[in-house]
Design a protein around this ligand. Sequence first.
Ligand code: XMP
Length: 470
Amino acid sequence: MGMENYADFTCKTVRFYDRINKSGQAYTAGERSTKEGERNMKQDMIVILDLGSTENTVLARQIRALGVYSEIHPHDITVQELQALDNVKGVILNGGENRVVDGAEVEVRPELYQCGYPVISIDYPQSQCEKQYQELPEETELKAFVFDTCKAEPNWNMKNFIEDQVELVRRQVGDRKVLLALSGGVDSSVVAALLIKAIGQQLTCVHVNHGLMRKNESESVVEVFRNQLHANLIYVDATERFLGKLENVADPEQKRKIIGSEFIRVFEEEARKLEGIDFLGQGTIYPDIIESGTKTAKMVKSHHNVGGLPEDLKFELVEPLKQLFKDEVRACGIELGLPASMVYRQPFPGPGLGVRCLGAITRDRLAAVRESDAILREEFEKAGLDKKVWQYFTVVPDFKSVGMKNHARCFEYMVIIRAINTIDAMSATIERVDWDVLQKITDRILAEVENVNRVCYDMSPKPPATIEFE
Ligand code: XMP
């Protein structure tokens, strides 16, 4: 399974179908209705314009580390769009190796130099700039620009970020309605909590349970969002529908495609039942934007823009987390009061347990994956491994092996445990789990999970093995 083949079907899949507005421009803050002279933003901002540098995110993080909020925008942002951001204190033109696109050097709009913001450039020779650097400035130089030249205040923190985003969402949405696919993953949960704070009942969340969720996962989405945060939540139990479609389908890519397209179909059906929705909320975060390709950088992965909602279901996007990195999204979730178990949960693939119940999914093996995964997670938590290990799960292959139970021969399934560490999921090493912990997990799986007589530990790093089995 290659990175490019992911049928990630969370609603991020639809982020591109309407990211481009009628004039062919990406939606930007410039289209938000800002009242003349109004300034409600809590935090100052330094804008980085992407002129083909591979170090935009490094620079943004350096500025944020100084306590000043920083956003990365496309090089051709207009002055109006920049002004509508409402809190810009200075601009950095960040050039680099991808500065030439289709044979032409990318340029910022010339008006940008005349609109009063201090502008410096890095690897982008422009005499209109206050200063020109060949590489990223030293910390002292960056500090001098941010604090002395731009007079920015170090007021970037999650509380201020949330208040600013609440204000921006309210400006964008007004009294209209937003729809959100709430998978229960970190990004969609945090965006849901933020939108609930911003627009309350104007938000409708749809949680589709495809029957391939982990134990108690859908229940906890309902508990947190409906019962604790009082969200307007539509819960769709589509288990039978998904399992029906997947019956006898053994090919991994085919399974992923079915789960992905069925998810879009269920979500679309729910969207059509609702009236007067103009916006689609999305948990897009900054790495998604980079992976999907910016104007100067090629696409790394395609998994966020496969499929999508039909053409006639047109929504404008609301993406308040799109400038955050993963650790910041988690901090935002904690600040918004979400449970740590939700905010710090390990990565879980969109097709869920469907790619861990190998081959054609059967209900008995699906139950075995779900129950063994629950045991593994419980024991990892007890041993403190949940905070140490990046990803850990169980897999059930579609063959049986001979064993002995109650003095009689049995022919049952096996559970494979996988626990890996990685930085970027592109390569991974296995966790050397303590023997006693593994023994305890094995004993419990053999005693508590039906139809299982054998437990194995996967020793394979990535590459050559991928993290998931399908
Ligand atoms: P592999 O198996 O390619 O997985 O080594 C790398 C990481 O990606 C996760 N993964 C997915 N995540 N949608 C996702 O959002 C998917 O379809 C998907 N498939 C795999 C996997 O769990 C691992 O963390």
